[in-house]
Ligand binder design. Structure first.
Ligand code: B3K
Ligand code: ZN
Length: 878
């Protein structure tokens, strides 16, 4: 590897900066290749800093122009410019003003970090370390300053000029074609929350009044022509603001809240104070171009970024190790919001699917790390499913353990105590301890120990004594840098289900603390005895998925089928279906005939037809575990081809067996017209489209015709894309014409063309890789746009298990080639793609060797690697 090995940053080495920066006045004069930034900072030594301690600021790819202290230009002897630093050698002992001028080229910024251009507009992304690409600064989250930003740009090119906080002044710059605007943000904030937007944009606006009566102007800016696709985002924003007032007592704190959607963005969105910047995928929607999943994604991401205003911005992180303090908590808050807005069990199942498909494999492989890591080389690589999704699960467990009231008290104390702080996980946990008197020291291990605990439960019912005994043990496999682990506190929500499907009463419990219907497991092994249980129950454990663990229990196939039909907890009904299917698929992938297939198929049919159940829930129960789910369950010696075949066989069997019933149900399910994105309508479409999937997979002519008709008659994107998927993936006559028709219809809408890329990239035919390569030459594709790359290349490497894991290693080689290609322009995007190797060690030996070879090709490449890509490669190979 030719890149310099980055120095690891360690949690244990945290020290505050020797200087504080109180205020920053930024002056931007924008031009594509020659933007001038003047940063005037009011700086003072912190208590204890000895006089003359050098001031060392961060910088990255900056052109330094000049610097002055208290208005006096600095001579060259007074400062030093390093590759990543600016050092003021002997700062004054008293508070002083440092002014630094830098020059940037937003046009040439392909990393999409710092100040860059998207469709000709200027925008910024500063988290985690992008502000140092704008000016030399203490670019770390524990330096909080009050920002004032003056933006000057050409009036015609950039009629819109936006900054953080409130607008204070604007006007023409005399004698030029420029105008300017000044924004002031009264809330001290870290540099990563800085933002600026300048460009030619359209907008929609609304007025909002907070619970205490403060008026707020809400604006969403989009590229011209997209204004009428921003209504759902605005609606979501208003509902989020109301919800945060009601559920957490949190109000908005500025006069304006601006959102800007841009088309080139490395992630989903960014919570900059008062000026959220979004990937347009999470703003733009209309029925013809966006699916129900897109509408839901917009609602969630708009809420998430808004909720950061309190969890992230008002209370920020002391250092990047504490990232989960804002991310895990804010994901928890957006999950709660969506659960309240939609169906709670359906949302829970969807969230757990994401957790299990993204976080569990991460936690089981070479990239595993604690929710609060203690060392990193490249922080951009730690915006992971573990920090976000598992981080959210930890907050949810705190709520389960403390109960609704205790949780709210703890949150209130956290907000009261830490408003305006750069806080730590310890501060967060302490707030709950102090508010409730609970000792959470063992619970805190969840933040420092990586790996998914495995919970094993063996049960026994004693008829004569009327006791039900559970032998419970927990084990967490070794993970990088952590060979042995202490036992976790695991809250297990449970019920003892009796033969009529209702939960049985019990007189008392020995061997574990029980709170309500939650068992608190705290030891490596413990025996729990329920007394006074009138009949042999079936244990329904981990209801609502009350802890992020894997569960091995002795519940039999018959009992699982019983829970599938009768458990009062919908989550566990779904889970039982998944457990049964997973066991069957594993047996099939190993070449044996599974037990219980016909009973499982009958149970699936029954759920599908049960009109008492939510349609979205029925749709979820119809989804078989993914190939990734099965691979994860196997854990080692994974043969993706065998898994693919097993899954396809079972799917076809279900389709053939239930064809007539599914056909009549399909005809019966009619989503309401006209189109509405609400949860009930989306649920009806989801059920109908799941049924369509089976009808198309049946191999029957009728099924094929239904799929063609579905495509032709679709009046919304959810239906159209579901049908296109069936046509292409089942190779139904007419699929090529459908692909052409889709592309023609949506050629002016890049976000819709992304779906067209995904359909083709996830096709499991043997020539898919060639097709993906061809499509990279399609006029709609662009290597510089992250959404396009993720839709085509990302969907292939992460969403097409069969072809990415082709036995000849072609998929792996392709990933190493494109990683190197993308890395030259956009390291973060390249590192994201490379994550597809995170489970390579679990593969069967031949593929494992090929994957290792492909990873080694990256590390041995001639070109210098970014810290992002070298970090992932190194950790994968460790
Ligand atoms: N906080 C941002 C993520 C920034 C990622 C930087 N590489 C979005 C979010 O989680 O809300
Ligand atoms: Zn976030």
């Amino acid at each position: 590897m030719r890149s310099e090995t980055a120095v690891p940053v360690k949690l244990s080495e945290y020290t505050p900066t020797p200087y504080a920066i109180k205020t920053v006045d930024l002056d931007f004069n924008l031009a594509p290749d020659n933007t001038i930034v003047v940063a005037r900072s009011a700086i003072e030594p912190r208590e204890g800093t000895s006089a003359g301690t050098p001031l060392v600021l961060n910088g990255d790819e900056l052109t330094f122009v000049s610097a002055s202290v208290n208005g006096e230009a600095l001579g060259e002897e007074a400062y030093a410019i390093g590759e990543t630093t600016f050092t003021l050698k002997t700062p004054p002992a008293e508070p002083f003003t440092l002014e630094i001028t830098t020059k940037l080229s937003p046009q040439a910024n392909t990393k999409l970090m710092g100040l860059y251009r998207s469709s000709g507009n200027y925008c910024t992304q500063c988290e985690a370390e992008g502000f140092r690409r704008i000016t030399y600064f203490y670019d770390r989250p524990d330096v909080l300053a009050v920002y004032t930003t003056r933006i000057e740009a050409n009036k015609l090119d950039c009629p819109v000029l936006l900054g953080n906080g409130n607008p204070v002044e604007s006007g023409d710059v005399e004698g030029t074609d420029n105008h300017y605007a000044v924004w002031h943000d009264p809330h001290p904030k870290p540099a990563y929350l800085f933002a600026l937007v300048a460009g030619n944009l359209g907008s929609i606006s609304e007025k909002y009044t907070t619970a205490s009566g403060k008026p707020v102007d809400l604006n969403i800016y989009v590229e011209h022509g997209n204004e009428d696709r921003a209504d759902w985002a605005m609606d979501s924003l208003i509902r989020s603001m109301r919800w945060d007032e009601k559920v957490f007592g949190r109000e908005y704190d500025l006069d304006v809240f601006n959102i800007v959607a841009v088309s080139d963005f490395n992630m989903g969105a960014m919570e900059n104070k008062g000026l959220n910047i979004f990937n347009d995928k999470y703003i733009l929607a209309d029925p013809d171009t966006a699916t129900d999943a897109d509408y839901e994604g917009i609602e969630t991401v708009v809420a998430h970024e808004y909720f950061h205003n309190w969890t992230g911005n008002r209370i920020t992180c002391r250092d990047w190790f504490q990232l989960c303090l804002k991310e895990g908590l804010t994901v928890f808050r957006d999950h709660e919001f969506s659960s309240d807005e939609r169906s709670r069990p359906v949302k829970r199942i969807a969230d757990v699917r994401v957790l299990k498909s993204h976080q569990f494999p991460e936690d089981a492989g070479p990239l595993a790390h604690p929710v609060r890591p203690d060392v990193y080389k490249e922080i951009s690589n730690f915006y992971t499913a573990t920090v976000y999704e598992k981080g959210s699960e930890l907050v949810s467990m705190i709520k389960t353990i403390l109960g609704e009231d205790g949780f709210r008290k703890g949150m209130d104390l956290y907000f009261d105590r830490h408003d305006g702080d750069a806080a730590t996980i310890e501060d967060f946990i302490k707030s709950f301890e102090d508010a409730t008197g609970e000792d959470l020291s063992q619970f805190a291990l969840w933040y420092s120990q990586s790996g998914t605990p495995e919970l094993t439960v063996a049960t026994h019912y004693d008829d004569a004594a009327q006791t039900f005994t559970m032998e419970v043990s927990q084990k967490t496999r070794p993970t990088p840098n952590q060979d042995s682990k202490k036992p976790f506190v695991i809250p297990v929500r449970f019920g003892l289900v009796g033969s009529d499907g209702s939960d049985l009463a019990y007189a008392k419990v020995e061997g574990a603390e029980v709170r309500g219907n939650v068992l608190l497991i705290k030891e490596d092994a413990q025996t729990i005895v329920f007394h006074g249980v009138s009949e042999k129950p079936v244990a329904s454990l981990l209801r609502e998925f009350s802890a992020p663990v894997t569960l091995k229990s002795d519940v039999t196939l018959d009992e699982q089928l019983f829970l599938m039909g009768s458990d009062s907890d919908p989550f566990n009904r779904w889970q039982a279906a998944q457990t049964v299917a997973t066991h069957m698929l594993i047996q099939m992938s190993e070449g044996s005939e599974p037990e219980g297939t016909s009973r499982f198929i009958a149970a699936i049919g029954k759920i599908a037809e049960d009109d008492a159940l939510d349609m979205a829930f029925r749709a979820l129960c119809l989804q078989l575990p993914t190939e990734g789910d099965i691979a994860r369950e196997l854990g080692s010696n994974v043969d993706p081809e065998a898994i693919y075949k097993a899954r396809r066989t079972l799917r076809q069997k279900i389709a053939e067996t239930l064809f007539d019933r599914f056909q009549s149900l399909y005809a019966r399910v009619e989503p309401a017209k006209p189109f509405s994105p609400d949860a009930a309508s989306a649920g009806a479409r989801a059920l109908r489209n799941s049924l369509l999937g089976y009808l198309a997979a049946s191999g029957k002519a009728d099924g094929a015709q239904i799929a063609r008709d579905h495509f032709e008659s679709a009046d919304n994107m959810s239906d159209r894309i579901a049908a296109l998927n069936c046509l292409v993936h089942e190779r139904i006559d007419g699929y090529q014409q459908a692909l052409v028709a889709f592309c023609d219809r949506h050629q002016k809408t890049p976000l819709a063309i992304d779906k067209w890329f995904v359909v083709q990239a996830t096709d499991t035919s043997s020539d898919t890789l060639e097709r993906v390569k061809e499509l990279t030459n399609h006029p709609a594709f662009s290597w510089s746009n992250p959404n396009r790359v993720r839709s085509l290349v990302g969907a292939f490497v992460a969403g097409n298990q069969r072809c990415f894991n082709a036995a000849d290693g072609s998929g792996y080689n392709y990933l190493s080639e494109i990683t190197l290609k993308i890395d030259r322009a956009n390291p973060q995007l390249a590192a994201r793609m490379l994550n597809a190797f995170r489970s390579w060690r679990a593969l069967e030996p031949t593929r494992r060797a090929l994957a290792e070879e492909a990873l080694r090709k990256i590390s041995a490449a001639e070109q210098p690697l970014s810290p992002d890509v070298s970090d992932i490669t190194e950790r994968c190979l460790q």
